[in-house]
Design a protein around this ligand. Structure first.
Ligand SMILES: Cc1cc2nc3c(=O)[nH]c(=O)nc-3n(C[C@H](O)[C@H](O)[C@H](O)COP(=O)(O)O)c2cc1C
Length: 324
């Protein structure tokens, strides 16, 4: 035995207790969805995950939220569909996707080989659409949770978004909840007067967690042509421009519900993610940042780990630690 090793009970002296060098836990539990760390990628900004494998280690992310899935493939809107704005971007992709069947057959088998959590984002034009997609994903091995995008037009109700009416939103959540045993996260639209009321409605309908915010509608005009720059006219604003709005809404929702909250909106670096967590988010999603730096999400994992170590606090304890 080496002489400088601390003496046991029978020995005379113990060395002074050393401060623990164990890194604070980054683990989070989103209503049954267990993540190794709080960082996910946001739907529609990270493809089906696999496209980003050359740029970062997908297994180091808490989870990957895939592009919104519908019952049938969708080509999306005609271009131009994206324009850069001050501190952000406007997009009107039109929910282009391969459809749920092709996702399960072609994308999921490859995603299953990556050791990360796969969250399937879904949308539909009717409640039946949401249920169809959910049932198929529920049967597919390798999906760990469903995220419901309620910011979609309800064709049967004249195209008004499910996400602007708490009763309609609750109907979608209840139907999806019944169609799956997977954890269900409901993604809220910021285009509501009362975000806390909307959050309570989807919580009461059975949502296991709530994510927010989706993009905010905006317009950019080409003054020479006097036409909107985006072919469809209106697009969704994302990026740092929307972050303070998103942080405020996350804080309001955190104070209104008891299910975990996921913060989204303009997270470009670890400090931004940490703001959301202090405001009440148990986890975050990185969206537009991946367009600027495809490795942004992994760098944010590292930055949060460094902050937690420096403050000797776990991710769980950081959530909602806002001091007023
Ligand atoms: C190009 C693009 C496509 C998107 N597609 C989807 C989608 O299919 N489903 C969805 O729920 N959100 C979609 N979003 C919204 C993002 O997931 C996210 O909520 C929003 O961009 C705010 O986060 P950010 O500022 O970090 O980008 C999309 C956003 C962008 C920029």
């Amino acid at each position: 035995m080496s002489a400088d090793r601390p003496k046991s009970k029978k020995g005379v002296k113990r060395s002074p207790k050393k401060k623990s060098t164990k890194a604070p836990s980054m683990r989070v539990n989103l209503g049954g969805l267990k993540l190794a760390n709080p960082v996910m990628t946001a739907s529609g900004t990270f493809g089906y995950g696999l496209e980003f494998a050359p740029y970062l280690d997908l297994a180091r992310l808490g989870g990957v939220v895939v592009k919104g899935l519908s019952p049938k493939p969708r080509p999306g809107n005609p271009g131009p569909r994206i324009v850069e704005t001050p501190c952000g971007m406007l997009n009107a992709i039109g929910l282009q996707n391969v459809g749920v069947d092709a996702f399960i057959e072609e994308k999921l088998p490859k995603l299953r080989k990556v050791r990360t959590r796969v969250i399937a984002n879904i949308f539909g034009e009717s409640i039946a659409d949401y249920v169809t997609v959910t049932r198929k994903l529920n049967e597919a091995a390798g999906v760990h949770a469903i995220e419901i995008n309620i910011s979609c037009p309800n064709v049967k109700k004249g195209g008004m978004s499910f996400g602007v009416n708490p009763k309609e939103a609750a109907k979608v959540v209840r139907a999806v909840r019944k169609a799956t045993t997977l954890p269900v996260i409901t993604k809220l639209s910021p285009v509501v007067a009362d975000i806390a009321g909307m959050a309570r409605a989807v919580e009461d309908a059975g949502s296991d967690a709530i994510s927010l915010i989706n993009t905010i509608p905006g317009m950019v005009i080409d003054i020479e042509k006097r036409t909107p720059v985006i072919a469809r006219g209106i697009g969704g604003l994302s990026g740092p421009a929307i972050r303070p709005i998103a942080v405020r809404m996350v804080n309001e929702v955190y104070n209104a519900v008891s299910v975990p909250v996921v913060g989204i909106g303009g997270i470009m670096e670890a400090g931004d993610a940490i703001q959301f967590m202090i405001a009440g988010a148990s986890a975050v999603q990185v969206g537009t940042a991946s367009f600027v730096d495809p490795a942004a999400a992994e760098k944010i994992v590292d930055g949060i780990a460094e902050y937690l170590a420096r403050h000797n606090i776990t991710a769980k304890k950081l959530t909602g630690s806002l001091v007023r």
